[in-house]
Ligand binder design. Sequence first.
Ligand SMILES: [Zn+2]
Length: 132
Amino acid sequence: MKIMYNVAATRRILNLPPNAQVKIQIWDKVIWVHVKGKRPTFLSKKLYHDHFAQFRREGAKGVKISFVDGFKAQGVKEVYDLDPQDTHIECGCQDFAFQKEAWGRGCCKHGYALLGMFGYSSLQDYVVSKGG
Ligand SMILES: [Zn+2]
């Protein structure tokens, strides 16, 4: 579950600078977090789950969607093909590939940008609307 619980996400959740020295351990119910120079603490897994979606929703704001032989997502440099399915938005980017490998589905910032264009703020709302 490195894709969900990792040091980069921990830094963002705690508003730490990118160079902050952080160690984490994934426990059964919580994440053990040690920021160098501070006492170890715990963060809930729910915090990471919420952050995971929120971070991608934020990223979606910088994505432009167009339609040329299918939906396209224009990122900073690259253009990705988007393929809306009933249970998720298929995307050609690496973030989506990692999520699909881990969970069989997922939603990247490009997917969230397309969902936003469809009028949905969460993947769950979209899936429910599809009866998926
Ligand atoms: Zn993507």
